[in-house]
Design a protein around this ligand. Sequence first.
Ligand code: UD1
Length: 418
Amino acid sequence: MDYFEIEGKNKLFGDIDISGAKNAVLPLMAAAILNDRALTITNVPKLSDSITMGNLIKGMGGEVNFDHSSIIIDPKKLNIPYAPYKLVKTMRASFYVLGPLVARFGEAKVSLPGGCAWGPRPVDFHLEGLKKLGIDISLEAGYVIAKSKKIVGNKIVFPKISVGATGNVLMAAVLAEGDTEIHNAAAEPEIQQLCLLLNQMGAKISGIGTNILKIQGVENLGGVDSIKVIPDRIEAGTFLIAVAATGGRVRLNNVEPKHMESVTSLLKQSNIDIEIEKDSILVTSTGSDMKACNMETNEYPGFPTDLQAQWMLLMSLSIGDSTIKENIYFDRFTHILELNRLGCDVRLHKDHAVIKGDRSLIGADVMSTDIRASAALIIAALCAEGLTSISRVYHIDRGYDRIEEKLVKVGAKITRKK
Ligand code: UD1
């Protein structure tokens, strides 16, 4: 199993090119199976999750070809509406195929994803939403069996905003008879891009980027030649926090600053110099005079939960104490123990974490627990005295496109070892 060896205490200088967004490419790939036309997706990040989604589509009979940073998906021969446990358990986003499969074939058998490292992550909103569209849902031996003679539009009110449930239900609703309204819909840029692709295919979705989506069902969807994945705001946010913490001056290229306002504004409050350009962000930090700021995660446009662990690390190095309230996943705190092993002092209270600032970190052996927690450990290791070894980096390979190459290019000392 690969691990990283990281020597800390180097400031970062230079340019980093941001890749396409993991959380955008996965639903776009799922949407590609809604009809029988080939779709080319460009600016695809090199991640094990994109490969897993490709394997899932191939297993169903579709053709998937990776070509540098593009994927060509030809779903013409796709005829097995089945997503097996062995793939879904490694990547929850595989569940995105449920809506498109039942919309195209009138039936689907998709494994339930199960829990994840930071606790249960149910799919009840997905299933209740699909049922509202007239789809018959039953559970059998760990699988969701979905059947429908006719999908019928309806009003769906999610109890809480869910990115995955919005995408899944939306992909079924576009082919429904009649109109659908999704209330408490996700407004995340990745869902906005999914809506734009579906509209280019002939769907009629309005309210994009708001929490109410209105969908006029259509009989068929046509083809679109290609779509370019939006920049990964979580990857960009991770590098902004890395430079803030280590100190240095780095320009992030190929970003969409508009998608990152919650992150850049909090970094500015924390004394980090941020210069926003058209599609790049220049970050400058001394690495020593960051100011502690309280933070709460929230749905877009709030501060993303996927940057919570990285922010916790930054606050551990800042002047003063601070708190983090996690409003999306109450249990998403498994990284605290590993960060504390490196010298952080974070304590978990009922619904928030209290972070002591001004910590000095010392390298140690630590273990990745999930994609974003691993990123926080890498940044911590870059700021720690001496050597840190991070095991289970397969977590990070799921969601970051060659992270060690990008960091080494700006001066980090990271070696991947077997
Ligand atoms: C997506 C992202 C993930 C991010 C998360 C929140 C992808 C591939 N993954 O995950 O990186 O951390 O959004 O921004 O895009 N919930 C239920 N029942 C459901 C569905 C969700 O209770 O059926 C709850 C969840 O437990 C959580 C909240 O709703 O508390 C939001 O989860 P959701 O937005 O669905 O996350 P994902 O789509 O799985």
